[in-house]
Design a protein around this ligand. Structure first.
Ligand code: S3P
Length: 441
């Protein structure tokens, strides 16, 4: 029997005060997964600096260890060493590969394992991940010869992969998803003949940049817009990877400073890959006082420091090809919209319904409880501002980005907020609550 004491208490978030100082957000989640995965199938050692020490990359590392890859302990501030086993060196694991809450782990792993001939793999995850669509990866991989089975016609984990010889092909993906694209690129590395992936809009391109740095034969934009072609052949070589701070984590501080009276923050060492900087464009469209400082290039990714101050904000209107460039920032942009003058509109964002939670529904429910004036549509939200939000009982509903977005809203609400399931933040930003306390002090 579960006792009441086993349920963690909601977090008390007092209103009022301001935010000042400098913060370094943890390493980029997308880049961290890729550095581990590519390092595992390279030859020689890969050294990763700044890897995100959070639950999602830990899931990727544990899956790799279960297949015989040596990955050194993942601890904040310590470089991580991966001893590569080569393109086809992964061993059949003796147990289920547990992907936790991590869609990136499961989807990229499908691509990595589909071509491991004669080996059998089972992938599963937490309740949220077992409800997220996987056919979007399984179907294109099946077109290359993969055998992937799962619940509901292969759409839901647990998934079973029986490694097969794969053939290169041309794949038009139905959604702009870097997870789908990256899974196909990973499978393509050992297929027979080249594989081309064509996306409806460009998704984040970390895989392309890093695979090339590891020595893969990869061409971007060879024939169509948003196409990537991998020609199998060269072995990958272990690299030294430096992971920049995650702009998706920085986004919470950018919005927090923009909406909190008197606030002034600098977020250091943030990855500014153009396929991820949609959030900056929208904040600029809103009139936020935000500046990029010390723009530089670090190990193949653009990086800079972001300085942001409180100021008046205008409503925004976003949709189309911009959505994949800020897909993870929409929950916190919904918070920003509550403090902007006019009606903000988010369209073409139906992908949010299949993230860690249905983020359109969850944000509408939770911000609605705080008094936000919003309307939910199949593919987005319309939010009227400015509104004085009121502190009340809210719930992350187990979603890390919802937890942190609601914490940002609580800063400028009237009265204290109590947030249930705040521990969800550890999926991508375990130090978030400590950083919040420090910046408010
Ligand atoms: C990710 C891609 C995005 C993003 C996710 C991480 C990645 O998902 O939402 O948090 O690392 O490739 P989709 O590719 O499904 O849009």
């Amino acid at each position: 029997m579960t006792s009441a004491a086993a349920i963690p208490a909601p977090l008390h978030l007092p209103a009022g005060g301001s935010l000042r100082g400098t913060v370094r957000v943890p390493g980029d989640k997308s880049i961290s997964h890729r550095a581990l995965l590519f390092g595992a199938i390279a030859e020689g050692e890969t050294r990763i600096e700044g890897l995100l020490p959070a639950e999602d990359p830990l899931s990727t590392a544990d899956c790799l260890r279960a297949m015989g890859v040596e990955v050194s302990p993942i601890e904040a501030g310590q470089p991580v060493l991966v001893q590569g086993v080569g393109l086809d060196g992964l061993q059949e694991p003796g147990d289920v590969l547990e992907c936790g809450n991590s869609g990136t782990t499961m989807r990229l792993m499908l691509g990595l394992l589909a071509g491991r001939c004669g080996r059998h793999f089972v992938l599963s995850g937490d309740r949220s991940l077992r409800g997220r669509p996987m056919r979007r990866v399984g179907e294109p991989l099946a077109g290359m010869g993969a055998q992937i089975h799962g619940r509901k016609g292969g759409n839901f984990a647990p998934l079973a992969v029986l490694g097969q010889p794969l053939r290169g092909t041309t794949i038009y993906t139905p959604v702009a998803s870097a997870q789908v694209k990256s899974a196909i690129l990973l499978a393509a590395l050992t297929a027979e003949g080249p594989t081309t992936v064509i996306e409806p809009a460009q998704s984040r391109d970390h895989s392309e940049r890093m695979l090339r740095a590891f020595g893969a034969h990869l061409v971007v934009g060879g024939s169509a817009a948003n196409d990537v072609t991998v020609t199998p052949g060269p072995a990958l070589r272990g690299q030294s990877v430096v992971v920049p701070g995650d702009i998706s984590s920085a986004a919470f501080w950018l919005v927090a400073a923009a909406i909190t009276p008197g606030a002034e923050l600098t977020v250091e060492n943030v990855g500014l890959n153009p396929s991820r900087t949609g959030i900056l464009e929208v904040l600029q469209q809103m009139g936020a006082a935000i500046e990029v400082r010390h723009a530089r290039d670090v190990a193949g990714e653009p990086v800079g420091d972001l300085h942001v101050c409180h100021g008046p904000l205008q409503a925004f209107d976003i949709g189309g090809d911009l959505i994949p460039r800020l897909v993870d920032e929409i929950p916190v942009l919904a918070v920003a919209a509550c403090f902007a003058e006019g009606v903000s509109r988010i369209r073409d964002a139906e992908e949010l319904r299949v993230k860690e939670t249905d983020r359109l529904a969850v944000m509408a429910r939770q911000l609605g409880a705080m008094g936000a004036r919003l309307e939910e549509f199949a593919d987005g939200l319309a939010i009227t501002g400015p509104t004085v939000l009121r502190g009340t009982a809210v719930d992350s509903e187990t979603d890390h980005r919802v937890a942190m977005s609601l914490a940002v809203a609580s800063l400028v609400a009237e009265g204290a907020t109590s947030l249930a399931r705040p521990e969800a933040a550890a999926v991508s930003y375990p130090g978030f609550w400590d950083d919040l306390a420090r910046l408010r002090a």
